[in-house]
Design a protein around this ligand. Structure first.
Ligand SMILES: [Zn+2]
Length: 198
């Protein structure tokens, strides 16, 4: 027996989520229809509303409901500092760490030529323009310490240095409260290389 077309479509639609195969899509669809109709309604409404209202901030490129987000508009932020991160989640992590008072630029990814992600896909033209506003003095590169993140930091470093900006890279290091014997050797080696005067 064939499932109703609308159910088939729901299952197919759920498969756009990362890590969701046919079986789990089916489970989710049945769960929503059988056990949680209010939840399903809320999900549908939230999706529609997010798709309609969320756009990219003109300045930092993160998600926003206004053309320029609240963080970029805040007079309390230090506009001479521009921290470059890969994703809005990374921006949130930086904010939660409460260690930074400057502004941000969110790349929405990292360079990955094999996946077809080049300078254009991570909006480097907009970053170059943003960093050249005459106010920004230093760019702090906080991309991931993955092959892609490192390559991206290197590329952006060259790009912004050529435009007369000071460029720095966040340091890798030992975790707070971490003991040397429990740290992987790559992290320890990097901590020694990036040691500083005390
Ligand atoms: Zn913004």
């Amino acid at each position: 027996m064939k499932a109703p077309a609308a159910l088939d479509e729901l299952i197919a639609a759920l498969r756009c989520l990362p890590g969701v195969g046919p079986k789990s899509a089916q489970r989710m669809a049945y769960h929503l229809l059988q056990r949680d109709k209010p939840g399903a309604q809320r999900l549908g409404a939230a999706l529609t509303s997010a798709l309609e209202r969320i756009r990219h901030c003109e300045k930092c490129n993160s998600y926003a409901e206004e053309s320029v987000c609240a963080l970029c508009r805040s007079p309390r932020r230090d506009a001479t500092l521009l921290c470059v991160v890969e994703t809005p989640a990374d921006l949130l992590m930086m904010e939660q760490a409460q260690c930074y008072q400057g502004l941000y630029f969110v790349l929405m990814g990292a360079l990955s030529p094999l996946d077809g992600i080049g300078p254009r896909e991570i909006h480097l033209d907009r970053l170059a323009q943003r960093a050249a506003d005459g106010v920004v003095r230093e760019a702090i590169l906080a991309t991931n310490f993955t092959v892609e993140g490192e390559a991206t930091a290197h590329y952006i470093g060259e790009l912004l240095r050529a435009r007369g900006l000071k460029v720095s890279r966040i340091a890798r290091g030992l975790p707070v409260g971490g003991e040397l014997e429990h740290v992987d050797s790559g992290t320890l080696a990097q901590a020694v290389l990036e040691r500083r005067d005390i």
